[in-house]
Design a protein. Structure first.
Length: 441
């Protein structure tokens, strides 16, 4: 006898089959029709936006091509009239000219000057531990192309390069801490050097930063190996017959790298960096710099905001690299990564990269710009470097009262660009054309 609670066998037959067929295919057909309808509805506005964006892109490219024709039609680089050449040149001579340039700073606080120059790059600095963000589109002119350079020991470094069709001088530009080659402060000077000064231009992602994180696991070394990388890039540039000389410009950590490049060249058998060197707001005592940026400042200190930005980026670096959570400062980071990688103590790491220890050996023209109100790399670094190079006529340190940290462009742009252009024009080797006047901009 079958219980009333027993499971009954589903009724089979034509009616049930029709029900199953009617429910399943109907739902699928409805979903398919809805998908096609929405695709049709969305296609036209999306396509319209695409057409508009494509038209804007085509207009931009047309303007860029016209601009490129105008740039390439300009006469090759030539040094201004009245500038000595060869052995008649000296750091004292050009420094005296620069010292006479008027310096009329705009009325603004140190924090405002820094924010004005670097505020647009604040998000990039915060996201710097994540190398994928370095692929975000940037505003380099179309003449700049991405490429890899080979640094010291075969290290591969990401860079951007723009070359004129004619012969002329080149310049290598290096960024600072928490920066990369795509930052506005780097692109500004790269564009000006290429478009207005007539230089070939290379901008680098230093080891440990930007897209170079993808090409090498070598971390930052305080400028020591970065300087040797720059020297190798300069050697590579000299292989191009269009290059007559190679200059170097570095900001902050990049400035320390340029100082180290000068020291490395002093020990080398060749001089690939033969177009003059400039270092803006560089740390010359790496141990002191590490202690400073690893110490929490008072909330009224202009460095207060940057300190917390440093904390955030270090936490991100710790997560990305799987480091101990005890790593909280730059000094901790050097203990955990830089010193072990290069098989040195932290003391050796700082000592060999500190320019105060080798400034007297620099044999190439080096100009250092610093501001007395620099809160990130205090001005005592400039005074220490000046004392260390007191007997070296090849090194000149210029300190201005206002300028924050690599923010001269915000405080006194006329002085900043005039100083930079005149310095590099003075040491550059032209292509042999007759001199022409190059007014200061």
């Amino acid at each position: 006898m079958v219980s009333d609670n027993a499971t009954q066998t589903p009724v089979a037959g034509p009616v049930a089959a029709r029900r199953r067929r009617r429910v399943g295919p109907h739902a699928l057909r409805t979903a398919a029709r809805a998908r096609r309808t929405w695709f049709s509805v969305l296609f036209f506005p999306v396509f319209s936006v695409y057409v508009i964006v494509d038209a804007i892109r085509e207009l931009r490219d047309s303007i860029a091509r016209l601009r490129d024709v105008q740039i390439q039609a300009r006469p090759p680089f030539a040094r201004p009239d009245g500038m000595p050449s060869g052995a008649d040149r000296s750091v004292a001579d050009i420094a005296a000219v620069i010292e006479r340039f008027p310096y009329r700073p705009r009325p603004m606080s140190t924090s405002m000057a820094f924010q004005r120059d670097h505020g647009p790059d604040a998000l990039g600095a915060l996201l710097s531990p994540n190398p994928q963000v370095t692929t975000i589109p940037h505003l380099y002119p179309v003449q700049f192309e991405q490429r890899l350079f080979t640094g010291h020991g075969g290290v591969q470094l990401a860079g951007m390069q723009a070359m004129h069709e004619h012969r002329g001088p080149a310049i290598v530009i290096a960024h600072g801490l928490l920066m990369n080659k795509n930052f506005d402060v780097i692109i500004q000077v790269a564009r000006r050097a290429f478009e207005q000064w007539g230089f070939h231009v290379v901008t680098l992602d230093l080891r440990g930063w930007g897209q170079s994180v993808w090409t090498t696991d070598a971390p930052a070394s305080g400028g020591y190996f970065e300087g040797r990388d720059i020297l190798e890039v300069a050697r590579e540039l000299h292989h191009d017959p269009r290059v007559t000389s190679v200059a170097g410009l570095g900001y902050s950590l990049g400035g320390s790298s340029m100082l180290n490049a000068a020291a490395a060249q002093a020990d080398a058998s060749d001089t690939p960096l033969d177009g003059g060197l400039m270092s803006v707001s560089p740390p010359s005592m790496i141990d002191e710099a590490l202690r400073h940026i690893s110490t929490r400042p008072h909330w009224r200190d202009p460095f207060f905001g940057m300190y917390h930005l440093f904390e955030a980026t270090i936490r991100a670096t710790v997560r990305r690299k799987g480091l101990s959570k005890d790593v909280r400062t730059w000094l901790d980071l050097v203990h955990a990564t830089g010193a072990p990688y290069y098989d040195v103590t932290v003391e050796q790491f700082a000592e060999r990269a500190s320019a105060v220890n080798f400034a007297e050996r620099i044999v190439d023209p080096m100009l250092v710009l610093h501001a007395a109100d620099d809160f990130l790399v205090p001005v005592k670094h400039a005074w220490a470097l000046q004392d260390a190079a007191a007997s070296n006529p090849n090194v000149r340190v210029i300190v201005r009262d206002e300028g924050a940290h690599i923010s001269f462009n915000a405080v006194e742009p006329s002085w900043y660009w005039s100083t930079m252009r005149r310095w590099f024009e003075y040491w550059a080797e032209p292509a042999g054309s007759a001199p022409q006047d190059a007014p200061i901009d």
